[in-house]
Design a protein around this ligand. Sequence first.
Ligand code: ADP
Ligand code: MG
Length: 227
Amino acid sequence: TMELLHHSEKLSAAGQLAAGIAHEIRNPLTAIRGFHQLMQTNGLKKEYFDIMAAEMDRIEMILTELLVLAKPQEVKIKQADIVSLLVQVTALLESQAIMTGCRLCIDSEQPSLFFRCDENQIKQVFINLIKNAIEAMPDGGDVTIRLKAEADKLIIRVSDEGQGIDEQLLRRVGQPFYTTKQDGTGLGLMITNKIIENHGGTMSIESAVGAGTTFTIVFPGRFQDDI
Ligand code: ADP
Ligand code: MG
């Protein structure tokens, strides 16, 4: 069994992901097949249609998120202002934030900060992180995005005042399909990580249960005297 454990540990990242995808898509597919069968014997029912539609939406959602990983050839690296990018992202998420009484704040020493990146992918990173932060605060609170340019790196922190993540669960966060949410996909942080990695950056998490969570992203490069 030690040998087996060893072997499964060595399953490639792609293998693990494929197994996860197969599992996550088979579940809603099984439900659709089941209700399809029920309709054949019991006749058409609105309830069945609704469940089938919801399950199909789930497959769609999983596939949409995964497509981000499947399109490396579409990466378009160019100089972009991360501050204005964050203003756009927070505007996009403002309505969701307001609904649960969350405030989104951007805190940057510089009015603009240029760095070379794929704008759409970096937007996706912050959509994922800010959404998670809002979802962690069902009773409201602040999401703060702090930017700091140092001589050789750009540091961006996304902090919330939400429920936090238990220390033991911290290692599972970011593993494909790990979610604690009713209709989460558990893909957001894995994709976020992948994008940051593709940009030569790193991401770390600090969290305290009941107090909040901070995601710290560091991108290497020269920023002080950039443009
Ligand atoms: P999803 O949001 O679909 O669940 P993610 O990959 O975005 O998938 O997040 C995985 C899990 O990590 C979440 O289900 C949640 O348990 C945890 N998590 C992520 N961000 C936060 C946060 N800001 N506060 C608390 N828990 C978080
Ligand atoms: Mg998420």
